[in-house]
Every structure is written in C-alpha cells, then in structure tokens.
Design a protein around this ligand. Structure first.
Ligand SMILES: NC(=O)c1ccc[n+]([C@@H]2O[C@H](COP(=O)([O-])OP(=O)(O)OC[C@H]3O[C@@H](n4cnc5c(N)ncnc54)[C@H](OP(=O)(O)O)[C@@H]3O)[C@@H](O)[C@H]2O)c1
Length: 289
C-alpha cells in the first residue's frame, strides 16, 4: 500500500483515482471544484485536500490529470502547487495530455528538489479509465518508472517507458496524428457508402474483416452513419491535442499536411456547435444539409 495523491477528478481522473483506491492505496484527492472531490471520497473513501500542496504532503507518488500545459503548471508549481508539498524521493506522475516541453520543464524543476517527474499520458478514453484498461505512455527516469509502474498498473492494461522526459507525450502525439487522418478517411468512406445507397451495417461487417479494419471502424462507424456523436473524447480536447502535435512538428521538421487539414475540419465542427461532440463528428461536415 502506497500513500498517494490524485489531482484532477475529471472524466478520466475520477475513475483512475478510484482504481488506485480499489487497489488498496491510501489516496488523498484534490479537485479545483471541491464538490467533485467530496463526491469521490463518498464513493471511494480516502481524504480530500484543499490545495494540490496539501494533497501532495507526505505522498510517495502524486498523480495529476488536468486539461492542458497551463492547468498542469497551475497544480504543480507555485506556493500551493504539488511540488511545494512533495518530499525528496517522491514521484509526480502526470496523466494529462500536454506538450513534451512542459514535461521537460517540470522534470527539470522537480530534479532540483529531488522529485522525479514522469510524463504519462493515456489512451483508451472514458471507457478505458472506467474499466482500468488504459494504455500509458511514459517518459522519465528508468528507476522512478520501475517504482511507479506497479502502482500505475491499477488503471492500465499496458504501461511502457518510451524514453526520457517528454517521450511519453511525444508517443501520445503519434497516437493522435494516426487517429486524425484515419477518422477523416472513415468519415469519407461512410458518407460515400450512404450516398451510394448501400446497407452500411453490411458494409461495415464485411470491410471490417479486411484491410480497412480499425478500432474506429469497429467502435464508431455504425454510430457515425446514424449521426450520433456523444461517445467520449471531445472535439475541444482533440483540437488541443492536434495543436500540440502541430507545434511539436515545427520543432522536429515533420510534415503533417493531413493532420493540419483535419484540425481545420474540427474547427468547422466547433463552429457548428460541436465542441463537446466526439471526434467521429468529422462525418457531420459531409452529411447532407
Ligand atoms: N476524456 C478522454 O477520453 C481522454 C482520453 C485520453 C486523454 N485525455 C486527456 O486527459 C486530460 C483530462 O481529460 P478529462 O476528459 O478528464 O477532462 P475533464 O473532464 O474536463 O477534467 C479536467 C480536470 O482538470 C481540472 N482542471 C482543469 N484546469 C485546471 C486548473 N487550471 N487548475 C486545477 N484543476 C484544473 C478540472 O477541475 P474542475 O473539476 O474544477 O473543472 C478537472 O478535474 C486531458 O489532458 C485530456 O486531453 C482525455
């Protein structure tokens, strides 16, 4: 049993922290909106704290899962931030999808205090978080990772150290780049089939057993055809992630023509009011008016 803190009880953090408690760890939670933290304790036990610093005090490992780079800085740095409460030898494991730059920045600051920082973004969505079956891509020190991995296992089906600080976030960027183009292709295929008058369930059943198969096809193609876009990962989050990918590509020289185009398609989805629709809503732009 390890003494842990969890910062950020959103769609992802709430169930992830729940799995850590269910694994027998002693968990103190912090959430900006305190009602969610009270709710979490009512369900899982443990304790709440009023600030990230107070939650992190005495914890061997601190988890964070907030929105973006600036949100992460606001819970980690400053007088009331987690680093201010953490002891030498403790580890901060960040599950936010953020830039590689902020991961390196926080790892550097932590190091000066003897705190390890592991960037550990996740894939698998709300369902993966609720089922404790996330994929976790980590960047950081190998010895700290070896200590953290058995704890992270509570909410994961795969936990992999990808390299030094930032490597977890870079891997998550590859994940998002692969998904963006694929979803546009899937949308175009489904829309084409509908306009051709095909029975799309039959189409999905047959081509889903061939080379066009993908997780998105298995899980989203049928609902895309009926215009349902309320299955998790929101367009606003995807635009945040694609912004991170496009900024990183400026650093490493990678060309991302399709990713840039799909990012603009998502901007159009937002303009239609689809901020909270899921990422398969690219289909909506192709649908008949
Ligand atoms: N949802 C998914 O399917 C999914 C999948 C993979 C990765 N992710 C990534 O995981 C992260 C969290 O996603 P989510 O879906 O859990 O988001 P969410 O439901 O919007 O939750 C965000 C959490 O961060 C907290 N927060 C945001 N800004 C903060 C700030 N400045 N200071 C303190 N707390 C702050 C929020 O507190 P309040 O309750 O006070 O607002 C909330 O607890 C994001 O980086 C997202 O890209 C999400």
């Amino acid at each position: 049993m390890t003494k842990l803190a969890f910062l950020g009880l959103g769609v992802m953090g709430f169930p992830m922290a729940g799995h850590l408690a269910a694994a027998g760890h002693e968990v103190t939670v912090y959430n900006r909106t305190a009602a969610k933290a009270d709710n979490w304790v009512a369900r899982h036990g443990g304790a709440t704290a009023a600030t990230p610093k107070a939650a992190a005090a005495g914890a061997e490992m601190v988890f964070s899962c907030v929105g973006n780079d600036d949100d992460l800085r606001s819970v980690v740095l400053g007088e009331e931030g987690a680093f201010a409460g953490m002891a030498e030898g403790s580890i901060l494991i960040d599950n936010t999808t953020a830039s590689a730059e902020v991961a390196r920045e926080l790892a550097e600051i932590g190091k000066k205090q003897g705190i390890d920082f592991i960037d550990a973004p996740v894939s698998g969505g709300q369902a993966g978080a609720e089922n404790g079956a996330l994929t976790v891509m980590c960047g950081g020190d190998a010895e700290a990772f070896a200590r953290a991995q058995p704890v992270i296992d509570a909410f994961a089906k795969a936990v992999t150290l990808m390299g030094p600080s930032g490597a977890g976030q870079l891997t998550k960027m590859v994940n998002q780049i692969c998904i963006a183009g694929l979803l546009q292709g899937l949308s175009e295929g489904m829309n084409f089939g509908l306009r051709a008058g095909l029975d799309m369930q039959k189409v999905i059943d047959v081509i889903g057993k061939g080379a066009a198969q993908s997780w998105q096809m298995d899980n989203r193609a049928a609902t895309m055809c009926t215009g349902k876009f309320d299955f998790g990962f929101a367009v606003d989050w995807m635009r945040k992630d694609l912004g991170i990918c496009l900024a990183e590509a400026k650093n490493n020289g990678a060309r991302l023509p399709v990713t840039a185009l799909v990012d603009q398609c998502y901007a159009q989805v937002q303009a239609r009011g689809g901020n909270r629709w899921d990422t398969s809503s690219l289909m909506n732009l192709l649908a008949k008016d």
